[in-house]
Design a protein around this ligand. Structure first.
Ligand code: UTP
Length: 299
């Protein structure tokens, strides 16, 4: 098998996004803009630039705008042409991306593990990527992390490769946390624990929204009961894989490669400001405005 053979990605987007209410009352959090684009468009761009050509979204009620976003909108194209706004057509180029999109519904919100299990029949007997629809990796999604993870999966004959980021020690209780076997950038996992207390966390390496799995994960998920938050946790199924003797590896994000989590307002605001400051057209003006607002003195 070659890394290029791993070309299916599952993107769970069914969650309620309740931490972002009221913004998410009638629109998916995955469609919130970060700078110019909705979060999920960055996720798709990141995946397609590393050779993913089939994407299965795990959706739910109220997520229709995600399907509409990746569809051709002939009417809009025609209106832009007829009204002399051809220059804006380039903004819709992503519609012509040759990726195939598929959608299935998670009929009960039983957690991320359950969402991934909904992909079982679509994926079949091949390795696949999971990318959370509410997290961007790298500024403007310019990251080849998933490519490096696919390589690792193939070279190490792994059953799973998981992305990790370093988080402040006091925040570990919010994440799936690694017990690594070594300090290397790529390490084998001895264990992984969902939302440990600060005292029991074996490290401050947190799962960072990207995974490569063999189909063995489905069997593990089927045997995983309800865990933290009364949800079927993907982390618990990974733990089961490790205990069954599967080789599971972790890979650290590079220093220049941040995870932008859009799941809570603090992180969302920071991501929006960072992406907007990096905008070619509006970034410089925004920087000036922020400096004035914050009374930054350059003298
Ligand atoms: P979160 O863990 O942030 O959950 O999901 P959430 O339910 O969306 O958010 P809150 O806690 O209510 O604020 C991480 C990713 O997994 C998806 C979400 O859509 C998000 O992209 N997810 C989560 C599902 O698809 N199904 C689930 O049952 C849970």
């Amino acid at each position: 098998m070659k890394p290029t053979d791993i070309n299916i990605a599952v993107v769970p987007v069914a969650g309620l996004g309740s931490r972002l209410l009221p913004a998410t009352k009638s629109q998916p959090k995955e469609m919130l803009p970060v700078g110019r684009k909705p979060v999920v468009q960055y996720v798709v761009e990141e995946l397609t630039q590393v050779g993913v050509n089939q994407i299965l979204f795990i959706t739910g009620p109220g997520k229709r705008s995600i399907e509409n976003h990746f569809d051709l909108n002939q009417e809009l194209t025609q209106i832009l042409r007829e009204t002399g706004k051809e220059d804006l057509l380039a903004e819709l180029d992503f519609e012509r991306n040759p990726t195939q999109y598929f959608y299935t519904r998670q009929r009960q919100l039983l957690g991320l593990g359950h969402a991934v299990l909904c992909a079982k029949h679509f994926v079949g007997e091949q390795p696949f990527v999971v990318a959370l629809g509410d997290s961007i990796i790298g500024m403007n999604a310019q990251s080849d992390m998933v490519q490096r993870m696919k390589q690792c999966y193939v070279e190490k004959h792994a059953s799973a490769v998981i992305a990790f980021e370093t988080v402040p020690r006091q925040d570990v209780y919010r994440y799936g946390i690694a017990a690594p076997k070594s300090d290397d950038d790529v390490f084998e996992l001895a264990d992984v624990i969902e939302k440990p207390s600060v005292a029991e966390a074996p490290s401050n390496l947190a799962i960072a929204a990207r995974y490569v799995f063999s189909p063995a994960i489905f069997g593990a998920l089927e045997q995983t009961g309800f865990g933290a938050g009364d949800e079927i946790q993907l982390t618990d199924a990974i733990r089961r894989l490790i205990r069954e003797g599967h080789k599971v590896y972790g890979m650290r994000l590079r220093k220049d490669e941040k995870r932008y989590d859009i799941g809570n307002f603090g992180a969302y605001f920071r991501a929006f400001v960072e992406f907007s400051l990096a905008d070619e057209k509006y970034g410089a003006d925004l920087k000036h405005h922020l400096e004035e607002l914050l009374h930054v003195d350059h003298t």
